[in-house]
Design a protein around this ligand. Structure first.
Ligand SMILES: *Cc1c(COP(=O)(O)O)cnc(C)c1O
Length: 353
């Protein structure tokens, strides 16, 4: 007797990237930012009044929501904060999809958590294959009967981005379905659909502090959408965890979101290194789709994904590999600092020679 429910026994949980601590790896496997967070984050942490931890945090993260709203050009009523964008995405399933409804539609190659959440909440799924060049088949998505969509833009693990106008046309063409845009990597692309809020009541944009804000250790993410959509998320939150964003996270993220100068410089560095590494990988014979994110999807070279992943790991460089059809020909490589990228490229040259 293991006391497992049928759900606990049957479900296949999401597998996160390795967080190895056994030696100092060059860690290019979970799309963290290679640069530290804003110096203001350190100041906030040093000044944070420990005695305040006695009290519960602000349940609706109002100061943080206000700071995010200012940064994003919306009003605080359009913002919902959660304990990482994974939690925001999780709550969106019961908020917008029914177990006996037409289902949640997403691509076959995309963020694999969508499938796990759908299974966890008992929501049916409609899976639409990407096209041969790894771009979304938006016409096929439109034709698929469903309650709504999850579109990661830029997509993971391909890194490919979809322009704002294309997504606006898509959202307008499916007015009765919710379009959830997972913009975890959007700051590296600059085509956010937040500006559609107010015009497209069916669009919900989900963002995170984990990637461009270099705060994966803090666990904070948010959604932006019409008030009605935010209200649905709040109802779900209050059925699960009234205080999802702790007080330290609220203070840290409020400071971070206000330091636009620092973060635009950091993002610029990542974007220019991305271009350099992408070109170098192509010169080595890798197929690399044009990346709009902070990682590169590289494959179809002289060695398969598993061999590259394994040999890089032996050499102290961690990248991400999935032993699944199509994906197993590729690895996903996070863009690091110039020195980290040089080390990666050096090792790859050796592996392929
Ligand atoms: C990293 C990532 C997230 C999750 O971010 P957290 O805020 O750390 O939970 C969500 N979606 C995609 C596509 C991601 O890559």
């Amino acid at each position: 007797m293991d006391f497992f429910s049928k759900k606990a026994r049957g479900i296949a949980p999401y597998t996160a990237g390795e967080q190895l601590r056994d030696k100092t790896y060059i860690k290019l496997n979970t799309n963290e930012n290679p640069y530290p967070p804003s110096p203001r984050v350190k100041e906030v942490l040093e000044r944070f009044p420990a005695e305040d931890l006695r009290l519960y945090p602000r349940p609706d993260a109002d100061l943080l929501r206000q700071a995010i709203a200012e940064r994003e050009g919306v009003s605080p009523e359009n913002v919902f904060c959660g304990n990482g964008s994974d939690e925001v995405l999780a709550l969106s399933f019961p908020a917008f999809f029914d177990p006996d409804g037409a289902g949640a539609c997403f691509a076959d190659i995309t963020y694999s958590f969508y499938e796990v959440f759908a299974a966890f909440f008992g929501i049916p799924t409609r899976i639409v294959p990407l096209l041969a060049d790894f771009t979304f088949d938006l016409d096929a998505l439109r034709r698929t009967d469903c309650q709504g969509y999850y579109i990661a833009n830029p997509n993971a693990p391909t890194g490919i981005g979809i322009g704002r106008e294309t997504l606006e046309q898509f959202a307008v063409s499916v007015p009765d379905r919710i379009v959830i845009l997972d913009e975890a990597y959007m700051d590296f692309f600059g085509e956010s659909c937040v500006s559609l809020i107010g015009r497209c009541p069916n669009v919900l944009v989900v963002k995170t502090f984990s990637k461009s804000y270099a705060l994966a250790g803090i666990r904070c993410g948010y959604a932006i959408g019409d008030r009605a959509l935010i209200a649905a998320l709040l109802r779900m939150k209050d059925c699960f965890n009234s205080y999802p964003v702790d007080g330290v996270a609220q203070a840290v993220c409020t400071a971070a979101v206000q330091d636009t100068a620092y973060y635009s410089a950091v993002t610029q560095n990542v974007v220019s290194e991305r271009k350099r590494v992408q070109n170098a990988l192509r010169d080595m014979g890798f197929t690399v789709p044009e990346s709009a994110s902070n990682f590169l999807f590289a494959g179809r070279a002289k060695a398969g994904g598993k061999e590259i992943y394994t040999r890089l790991k032996e050499a102290g460089v961690l990248v991400r590999f999935w032993d699944k059809p199509v994906l197993r020909d590729f690895v996903r490589i996070t863009v690091g600092t110039a020195e980290q990228n040089d080390a990666l490229l050096r090792q790859l040259k050796e592996i392929l020679s």
